[in-house]
Design a protein around this ligand. Structure first.
Ligand SMILES: *Cc1c(COP(=O)(O)O)cnc(C)c1O
Length: 369
């Protein structure tokens, strides 16, 4: 048992805040004085900065990542009667968005070492109803996009990238979110780039899709009170946009700090299995996940010692109660079912100290299952 006890929260945004506090205050004052709170200069400025950061043509700010997914699917005209292939090992919102546009999520098991959608199992799920593949760049690491794009081309499918956990992650030198037809980001406060409330973005290189997204997020109107299509109200507000513009210049630096922190963990936890990445990809380490035989025991032990660890995610989507109508059952996706029993996410954020990491690792070794 380590002698010195310390608090290690799962995420601590204070180190970030020290870096941007004055910029955030200035942004707040600027928006307050400007009295434009929805769809103004700040939103446009962030959209152009974010598109530039990603190296793509268009970004549209929206209300949150879940809306971003729904709007992206609707822009691709995916709806009732259509199927979208996605992974069962992801956050709820990925499949929720597919359901909400009236389409059917078709789940695929995950890969045992990368935890990403198992691309060798996609083609067998393609049916005449399949419209798109929706890969998730899980835990900040890119999915196997080379294979996914090849399958999409052969099978004539669209690709929607859920990049909500992977701001800045790379496949070769391309940022994730810009590889498929359309990409989706969340700026939930705890994401690698986080707002101070809900926020999200849809990105694309396709001008037609961009036009549709712009309409769909804003009541389907091209001009005020003239509604071309049934849209929704999901805009990135000016305050969040101004905050995000203030934080974006630090994203790479913060991702670098995450990378250092996870390297430290890996050095100290040599006996443990970590997520593996695909060749020629760069993760931004949104989550640091290890496997443990007595996962639940470990989490309570850590908690008793002031360390917060979490599970991402405890129930694969095909076994969620709300998706019962889809007809999946236990045993359908054994890899994800096994994995969800063993995974634990350790504290990781930009600015976590080497001492904190050492403390967490010592605790892990001292825990006897
Ligand atoms: C966070 C997240 C979302 C949803 O984003 P919100 O902004 O919370 O709606 C979608 N997919 C994945 C994989 C996420 O991690």
């Amino acid at each position: 048992m380590p002698s010195k006890s310390m608090m290690v929260p799962f995420v601590d945004l204070e180190p970030q805040h020290q870096r941007v506090r004055s910029d955030i205050s200035a942004a707040f004052t600027r928006v307050l004085d400007g009295q434009q709170f929805i769809l103004g200069n700040e939103g446009e400025k962030f959209e152009s900065l974010f598109a530039q950061y990603l190296g793509c043509r268009f970004a549209s700010g929206v209300g949150n990542g879940t809306d971003a997914l729904m709007i992206a699917l609707r822009a691709l005209e995916i709806g009732p009667g259509d199927e979208v292939i996605t992974t069962t090992h992801t956050f709820m919102a990925t499949a929720l968005a597919i359901m909400e546009v009236g389409a059917t999520p078709v789940f695929v098991d995950c890969d045992p070492v990368t935890y990403q959608i198992d691309t060798s199992k996609i083609v067998s799920k393609v049916s005449p109803k399949t419209k798109a593949i929706l890969p998730v760049h899980l835990y900040g690491a890119p999915a196997d996009m080379d294979t996914i794009m090849k399958i999409a081309q052969e099978q004539k499918l669209l690709v929607v990238e859920d990049a909500c956990q992977a701001h800045g992650a790379l496949v070769g030198n391309k940022k994730v979110g810009t590889i498929g037809d359309i990409g989706v980001f969340s700026f939930y406060p705890g994401k690698n780039l986080g707002a101070y409330g809900d926020a999200g973005a849809v990105v694309t290189n396709n001008p037609d899709l961009y036009e549709k997204v712009q309409l769909l997020r804003n009541y389907g109107q091209r001009q005020k009170y003239y509604h071309d299509t049934l849209g929704r109200n999901s805009r990135l507000d000016e305050l969040q946009a101004a905050f995000l513009s203030a934080k974006l210049p630090f994203l790479d630096e913060w991702n670098e700090l995450r990378k250092k922190a996870q390297a430290e963990y890996k050095k100290l936890l040599k006996a443990f299995q970590f997520q593996e990445t695909y060749l020629d990809t760069t993760s931004v380490y949104h989550l640091l996940v290890i496997q443990h035989e007595d996962r639940d025991g470990l989490i309570s032990f850590l908690k008793k010692n002031d360390v917060t660890a979490l599970i991402h995610y405890p129930v694969p989507l095909h076994l969620q109660k709300c998706f019962r109508s889809l007809g999946y059952k236990t045993g359908d996706f054994p890899i994800a079912e096994q994995l969800t029993k063993r995974i634990v996410s350790l504290p990781l954020y930009a600015g976590i100290s080497a001492e904190q990491i050492a403390y967490v690792c010592k605790l892990i070794y001292s825990f006897k299952a």
